[in-house]
Design a protein around this ligand. Structure first.
Ligand code: NAP
Length: 268
């Protein structure tokens, strides 16, 4: 049997097990997806190698610390966070499929990735979004509550990346094409870091928050005439990218999406 899994703390409410196990079942794979709450990321990687586990997803609080225990792929190295580990290589390779998942979520919605993108947030999700969108050739602006974190991220992403505090969002968004909301605001609460008056019909808005799947930002964006993409799509495609990396097979995307959506809707 092939074994894959998730390490983090907590992992009890993760939606990854049902999503991956639906894929194994659909493809008739003899595989299982298990969750662990280890003491350290390095201990989890060492144990996984000993146990013959083929691949691990990594979530909070280990996405950064796990870099010590893997060889990061170039994009994960630049982002400074790993959420997918391939244990078939020696040393294990660390990938950031949040970045890939974000781009594939836009692609799935036929969103044109060009022009100017505003990323709100400079934590793990914000970093993944900023690097992914800059690599696609977009002009990136980063807004964060703590401006120094936005500045640090902007310097790492490249030249000409504008930064600001959240109060500057109306100006930053006025002529923007893409908005990625990558703070934890809106998670398990009815809040948004983006004032509704800053939203407009020329925007495509992706909210990384997926619990609830229908956030206040997405409601405000739709009311302003913007295209919207909920955080479930990014979650789906980071899982799809991990599955494909581990198995070298095409993921059964619609099966995984159905398994996820069944839980996302219930999780609101
Ligand atoms: P993180 O590294 O802890 O970063 C948190 C971010 O939120 C920081 O930019 C922080 O600003 C900001 N923030 C927190 N509380 C705030 C508040 N009250 N007002 C304004 N800004 C606030 O977290 P993360 O891993 O990036 O995750 C962020 C969100 O993205 C979470 O909801 C997570 O579930 C989601 N996510 C979704 C996916 C997906 O696949 N859909 C993947 C990854 C993450 P400061 O720097 O000022 O503290």
């Amino acid at each position: 049997m092939d074994v894959y899994g998730l390490v983090g703390n907590p992992v009890g409410h993760s939606l990854s097990p049902p999503m991956h196990e639906a894929a194994y079942e659909a493809l008739g794979m003899d595989a299982q997806y298990v969750t662990f709450e280890p003491e350290t990321a390095a201990a989890a990687i060492a144990a996984a190698k000993t146990l013959g586990i083929q691949g691990l997803n990594v979530t909070i609080p280990f996405k950064r610390a796990v870099l010590e225990a893997v060889e990061p792929a170039p994009l994960a190295d630049r982002i400074g966070a790993v959420n997918t580990v391939d244990l078939a290589t020696d040393p294990p390779t660390g990938y950031n499929t949040d970045a890939i998942g974000l781009l594939r979520a836009f692609e799935r919605h036929d969103a044109e990735l060009s022009g100017t993108a505003v990323v709100v947030g400079a934590g793990g999700a914000g970093r993944a979004a900023a690097f992914a969108l800059a690599d696609e050739g977009l002009a990136v602006r980063i807004a964060n509550r703590t401006v120094s974190r936005a500045e640090e991220l902007a310097a790492a992403v490249g030249d000409d990346v504008a930064t600001a505090g959240l109060d500057a969002l109306p100006e930053l968004l006025a002529d923007a094409d893409i908005l990625v909301q990558a703070t934890s605001v809106g998670m398990d609460e009815d809040g948004s870091p983006v004032p509704a008056r800053a939203l407009h019909a020329d925007l495509t808005v992706l909210d990384a928050v997926y619990s609830p799947v229908e956030t206040r930002l997405l409601r405000d964006a739709r009311a302003a005439g913007a295209e919207t993409i909920d955080g479930g799509w990014m979650l789906l495609y980071q899982g799809v990218a991990a599955f494909e990396r581990w198995t070298d097979r095409d993921a059964p995307v619609e099966v995984m999406n159905r398994a996820l959506r069944a839980r996302l809707d219930g999780a609101v």
